[in-house]
Structures are given as structure tokens and as C-alpha cells.
Design a protein around this ligand. Sequence first.
Ligand SMILES: Cc1ncc(COP(=O)(O)O)c(C=O)c1O
Length: 371
Amino acid sequence: MVMDVMAAAARIEAAGGRVVHMEVGQPAAPAPRTAIAAAQAALAAGRIGYTEALGVPSLRVRIARHYADNYGLALDPARVVVTTGSSGGFILAFLSLFESGDRVALANPGYPPYRHILSALGCEPMLIETSERTRWALTGDALIAAHRKKPLAGVVIASPANPTGTMMSAEALAALIAVAEGEGIKVISDEIYHGLDYAFPARTAAGLSPGVVVINSFSKYFCMTGWRVGWMVMPENLVRTAERLQQNLAISVPALSQFAAEAAFDGNAEMDAVKHGYEENRRILTEGLPKAGLDKFLPVDGAFYLYASIARFSDDSLDFARRMLEQAGVAATPGIDFDPIDGKHFLRFCYAGSADEMREAVDRIGIWLKS
Ligand SMILES: Cc1ncc(COP(=O)(O)O)c(C=O)c1O
């Protein structure tokens, strides 16, 4: 549905209209200068060939060091697998962990490709409703209840999450992992929005259990969506499986992107400045949207998403998003993209743009809702 909103926004712009874009979940800023310089140097040096299937060794070492620097966790680089974005990581992780027919639990609302990739691989995604009571996160109780109905092989968790922007506390994360592993349910933790945590520090599941598969990416904090590079931290016994899969499916992740990714870690100061921009945007929206009329949204903990209820105004988030775009000039994503059950009552706003755009969006929505 977001593609429909984007196409409609493009039509308005082609006709000379103005649109504030809050529909697409990607940073407006470019990759860190260090990453771009490393890619330029590699291009100038000449040949860009295949790399090791598990990734360039120095990048794997650098990723392991990131865990020591950021989370105080000593991680063996041998457990790091470089992937084609986190999207490539999901395919390798699901193929490594599951067999066709396996059931895998997912939080609803959630990031749609989890269920689409699982279905494409012959697995059965099992959506578990989340609610305000559980701070919009999966709980051990809900997981066990689903497991008792139909046995689960795995569960995917995400904190901060898309589309909600909410995070799980360290206690909630630890409790869920303990319950899952106690039942033999494999845990995959999508940590792509780590680094973009505002409410409290994000905790890596890699520090809670060596059995969890952690998936991360250079796309969001490092603003490198188009470079298509990410990584996994895998249990030792799965690395060889992932290596074989990667070798056969893709041979390797693009070498140029891996060189750039390694250098991206030296661009932390630049990326932290981008993060502070998101924090300011978050402040503008959480203060401004209630005054504009959108006064109910989920905890805006991390990532760059605000998931707002439109139930007061409409039972049809696609129609609401279309009208908001046409009449107010603000593009957002209808909740039905993320939640087949109650998404008709929600809109996702991405606040990865500029502070001026956020102020403009708040003003435009306020005038529109009051008209
Ligand atoms: C929760 C979540 N996981 C994974 C991805 C995939 O990102 P990439 O493949 O660029 O790493 C996204 C992209 O929006 C996302 O929101």
C-alpha cells in the first residue's frame, strides 16, 4: 500500500504540488564520509572481486569489536556472518534454522517481509497480537499460549520495532528469550534499529544467550540502505550452514559495500549527529501531533517511526492516508501494511527527514483535521 501512497505523492509533485514525505522508512542522510571515501579508494585501486562467503575477515573482526565497544560483549568474529542487508540475513537465518512446514511466531503489528519471506520458504508465520498491556511487545505468556495451540519452531523479535518504534526493556527481552529457549523455540532478534534508541539503551540479545541469531544492518543507523550490507551473529554450530547457503545463493556480499561498511564504524560522530536530528524530530512530533489532533500513539522509543491511532477519525487507514496526502500534502503509510488485523486504525509516520519538514507536517495536519 505504501507504493500506492508513493505513486500518488509523485503525481502531486509532478503537477507542482508540495508533499512532506513521511511514508518511506529510510534515512535522508548519506552514508558516513569515511564509508564513501573507503569505497572511492577501493574503486581507484582497481579490481572488485568476490569475497569470502562469510564476509571480508577484517569486517567480521570490526563487527565483533562493535559488540565490545557498544555492549561490553566479547564476541568471537568467527560467529559473524556478513549479509546482503538484514533482508539477506533473514533468508540465510530462516533457511539455516527451519524446515518447510515449521511455524514461526511474529509480533503483530510487524515488519511484513518477515511473514512474506517465511511463507516463500514454505514456513508458516503465526501472528501474535500485541497490545498496550504488554507495551506492544511479545511476551513469554503469549508465546507459550500460541505454542500450546500449535507447536512453534521459532520466534522473531524486534526492538526497536517497525512500524511501532517501540522497544522491549532488557527484562522483557531476557524473559521472552528464556521462555522461548526453555521450550526449544529458536529466537531471531532483528536489531536493525540499534543505535537509534531514545527512551532507554537497546540491549543486544547476543548478550543474553549464545543460541539467539542476531540480525543487524548498516542500513539505518549508518544511513547505508542502498549499499545492501548487514550482518548476523550466529550460534557457532550454524555458521558453517550459513556459509554454504551464502556461497551457493549469492557467492558473497558485494565487496565494495563491505569495504565501505568497515570504514562506516569510523563515522560514528557523523552518525550520532544524524541521530540527534531524529531525536529533535521525535520531540517536534510527540509535542505537536497531539495539538494537531493525533493524540494517541504507541511509545515512541526508538527507530524513526511514530505509529498513531486514527480510530477517532476513520476505520480505513488507506483512505485516510490518501485524503491526508491529497488535502494536507503529508504522505504516511497506512497501518494495513503492517497489521492485517487492526491496521485500519493506524498510520505510520517516518521521522527521518528534517526538523522543518516535521514542523510543516504538524502544521498541515492540524489545519486539515480542524477544517
Ligand atoms: C524491522 C526491519 N528489519 C529489516 C529491514 C530490512 O533492512 P535492510 O535489508 O536494508 O537491512 C527493515 C527495513 O526497513 C526493517 O524495518
